[in-house]
Design a protein around this ligand. Structure first.
Ligand SMILES: [Mg+2]
Length: 174
C-alpha cells in the first residue's frame, strides 16, 4: 500500500546531496521541486547554502532543472537569480512534467533523480515516470495554506511507509 508515494531515498536537506553520491548511483542530472525544496515559499532569494550547492553541481557537470507546478511567470522569476532551466505547470502528481524535465536535459529516466519535499506531488510524479526520487525536509517548517492541506494526509502516509519499510530513514546523504 502507498508504494506510489515511496521515495527512493530520504535526505535531511538538499545541500547534503553531493556529486559523488549521485555519480555512484549513475545519476547524471537533477530534477527538483522549487518551493520549500530549493527556496522557502516566503523567501524567494534563496540562501548562501543553495548558491554553493548549485555551484557544486555545476562544477561537477550535473545539470539541475526545476520542475514546478507554478505558472511560468512565477517560476521564471524564482529561477532567474540561479540561471536554471525549468518546467512550469508540471501538473505533479502526474508524471508529464518529470518526463519533460529529463527530455530537456537529453537524458533518460534512469539517468536522473527527482528531489522534492512532498510525497503526494514530487515523489508520486517521479514514481509514475519511473524516475528515482529523494524526499527532503522542507526548507522551512511552515507552509502556504495550499500545502498545509496536503501535509496532514502526507504525515499519515509517511507513518505507514516508515513502519513497513525499515530501510527508509532520514539520512545525511543517499
Ligand atoms: Mg515543494
Amino acid at each position: 500500500m502507498f508504494s506510489n508515494y515511496k521515495p527512493t531515498w530520504m535526505v535531511d536537506a538538499i545541500y547534503k546531496i553531493t556529486p559523488s553520491q549521485l555519480k555512484k548511483q549513475g545519476i547524471k542530472g537533477i530534477l527538483t521541486d522549487l518551493d520549500n525544496t530549493l527556496i522557502a515559499w516566503n523567501n524567494p532569494d534563496g540562501t548562501e547554502e543553495l548558491k554553493s550547492w548549485l555551484l557544486e553541481m555545476k562544477n561537477a557537470g550535473i545539470p539541475v532543472v526545476v520542475v514546478s507546478n507554478n505558472n511560468s511567470e512565477r517560476v521564471a522569476k524564482a529561477v532567474a537569480p540561479f540561471g536554471l532551466q525549468y518546467v512550469h505547470r508540471a501538473l505533479k502528481p502526474f508524471s508529464r512534467g518529470i518526463k519533460q524535465g529529463y527530455q530537456l536535459l537529453g537524458l533518460k529516466k534512469e539517468d536522473v533523480v527527482m528531489i522534492g519535499d512532498q510525497i503526494m506531488t514530487d515523489v508520486k510524479a517521479a514514481n509514475g515516470a519511473g524516475v528515482r526520487s529523494i524526499l527532503v525536509q522542507p526548507v522551512i517548517p511552515t507552509d502556504s495554506w495550499k500545502t498545509q492541506i496536503n501535509r496532514a494526509a502526507e504525515r499519515k502516509i509517511m507513518r505507514y511507509l516508515l513502519k513497513h519499510n525499515p530501510e527508509l530513514k532520514w539520512r545525511g546523504g543517499i
